[in-house]
Ligand binder design. Structure first.
Ligand code: CA
Length: 228
């Protein structure tokens, strides 16, 4: 039998369910830790390199929704959400919280193990198979970070270095308003002789090269990158 050393965290307040899940996963060769409180779960997820997280939605104090919101930016490992209500799945999807899969209670332990295996294998392919693309696609705009290449409707557009830097800065900070001064500081640096008029010019040119609707002017405040 193949020995798996993958580490799995089970976040579940019902101790008997958590222990049942753990037993089945351990029999399948996984290393398993249990946590029964949501607050503690956030700390553990942030400070331990788990390979996969099984997250119960209904928890006292901090629920599964809040946990996934709190940690999704920090960890990209698979998160399986466990819920007693099928309606919750639509809610989670609607919120775009980034759960990788959903399992409704009651489920068979063997189904859980099968899902865990599938997600670990998929994640392994993505991260170690050399196919993980450093690429961001928002609607018809794609940024290939390794190549510093930008595609609109799958056709390459030529951006200057600064235009590209501004675009990546925006894409990393969507739906936030940035003043010209802040953009100047982040892209050119404080010690630059460039003034905010240059920011206006660069953003105007960038806006002409990418589809409408991405860079929104917020009068009197600055610019916002819309991804919605
Ligand atoms: Ca629960």
């Amino acid at each position: 039998m193949e020995i798996e050393n993958k580490k799995i965290l089970i976040v579940e307040d019902e101790v008997s369910i958590a222990e049942l899940e753990r037993d089945y996963l351990e029999i399948s060769g996984y290393a398993v830790e249990l946590v029964h409180s949501g607050q503690k779960a956030v700390t553990m997820i942030r400070s331990n390199p788990y390979d996969l997280i099984i997250l119960d939605l209904m928890l006292p104090e901090i629920d599964g929704f809040s946990i996934i919101k709190a940690v999704r930016n920090d960890v990209d490992v698979p998160i399986l959400m466990v819920t007693a209500k099928k309606e919750d799945i639509d809610k989670i999807r609607g919120l775009g919280l980034g759960a990788d899969d959903f399992i409704t209670k009651p489920f068979s332990p063997s189904e859980l193990v099968a899902r865990v295996k599938a997600h670990l294998a998929r994640y392994e392919r993505l991260t170690h198979g050399g196919v993980k693309k450093k690429e961001v696609t928002i609607r018809n705009l794609t940024i290939q970070l390794d190549a510093r290449r930008v595609l609109v409707n799958n056709k390459e557009v030529n951006l200057t270095t600064k235009e590209y830097d501004i675009l990546v800065f925006f894409a990393n900070n969507p739906d936030q308003v940035f003043s010209k001064e802040i953009i100047l500081d982040r892209i050119w640096g404080l010690d630059s002789y460039v003034d905010t008029a240059t920011v206006t010019v660069h953003i105007g040119k960038l806006r002409d090269k990418i589809p409408d609707g991405f860079i929104e002017t917020v009068w009197g405040a600055g610019y916002r990158f819309n991804i919605g």
